[in-house]
Design a protein around this ligand. Structure first.
Ligand code: PSU
Ligand code: MN
Length: 305
């Protein structure tokens, strides 16, 4: 039996067949500074409740996969030092040794699926890093989307990544990349990456139906829903491009590698934009949480039909 522990709110929701939306924790521990990380997590959970679904923030604590965190657990996690960043490769070691760990998109998908949760909302997914042709740095998030049947709502992928290569790998892996409500693939802080998304859907019900259809077809893996940041909150690609280039150059100069690359770049861009990247990040995560709730509600309705 996998070591799953459900928060009381989630236990009740499961019994009642209520729609549940999973949330990751690496964004809390490795993506934002204290206390904004804690405030973001609480705000996003509240958004999901207001939309009529139940939020389940996922993390590893005390040798258990926590599906839903109490307020005290969330506070501890958001302030803890030496939190492991857990992807597929790390999950079992963290559990076996009782370490505290935050789940990435990949690990959150694994845990959500074990808990029977089909929808997961986050900010951005990992992808193919620029220079991957020499570094081989491709996030395990992409492989996970290919094998674990969870619909992931994100604001696209950050321009710190190589977006055309990320799309190519997702296509090879058979992962549907669905832009929500527009043709363009969104690029996290901006609505338009300049690339056309392979697929487009305009309604949460269609996304839910497509999730179910993959199951009916016996296709493994999930879906990536790319939800553009609200217009009022977007930061233009032109503003960000030089700052991203600077952050990447610094990472290279300092020999930042492997798991540290993404957190390093996120922290530098936060500093270089004087915090503006964080404000936009909060807005897009909330936007994704609301869409995630709509999809989860549509799925729960179908399950009853
Ligand atoms: N991209 C973001 N924000 C994030 C992450 C990625 O815009 O917080 C986090 C997610 O948890 C994602 C992980 O799953 O980083 C990817 O890390 P890596 O590139 O090491 O696989
Ligand atoms: Mn990596």
């Amino acid at each position: 039996m996998p070591p799953l522990s459900y928060a009381p709110e989630i236990e009740t929701a499961r019994r009642a067949g209520q729609p549940i939306v999973a949330l990751e924790s690496t964004i809390i521990t490795h993506g934002m500074p204290w206390p904004q990380n804690y405030e973001m997590a609480r705000r996003v959970e509240a958004d999901i409740r207001a939309a009529g679904a139940v939020p389940a923030t996922i993390a590893v604590m005390g040798g258990r996969i926590r599906i839903g965190l109490t307020d005290a657990q969330l506070r501890d996690l958001a302030q803890a030092r030496d939190v492991m960043k857990l992807s597929r490769a790390d999950l079992a070691v963290a559990l076996a040794t009782g370490r505290i760990g935050a789940t990435t998109v990949a690990a959150t998908m694994i845990c959500a699926h074990l808990a029977g949760i089909a929808v997961f909302a986050t900010g951005g997914i990992g992808g193919v890093h620029r220079g991957a042709e020499t570094s081989f740095d491709i996030s395990a998030d992409l492989q996970e989307l290919a094998q674990t049947p969870v619909t992931v709502v994100a604001a696209g992928a950050k321009a710190i990544l190589d977006l055309p290569k990320t799309l190519e790998v997702l296509e090879t892996l058979g992962v549907p990349v669905i832009a929500y409500g527009q043709d363009a693939l969104p690029a996290f802080w901006s609505r338009d990456s300049g690339l056309t998304a392979p697929l487009r859907l305009d309604h949460a019900e269609e996304i839910a139906a497509s999730h179910q259809m993959r199951r009916a077809l016996g296709l493994p893996g999930g879906q990536l829903v790319a939800n553009p940041i609200p217009e009022a909150d977007e930061i233009s690609a032109a503003t960000l491009a030089p700052l991203i280039a600077q952050a990447i150059a610094e990472a290279e100069a300092q020999g930042i590698a492997a798991k540290s690359v993404t957190p390093f770049l996120l922290a530098r861009i936060f500093e270089l934009t004087q915090g503006a990247s964080l404000t936009a990040n909060l807005a897009l995560v909330r936007n994704n949480a609301r869409l995630g709730a709509e999809i989860a509600i549509a799925l729960a309705r179908e399950a009853l039909a």
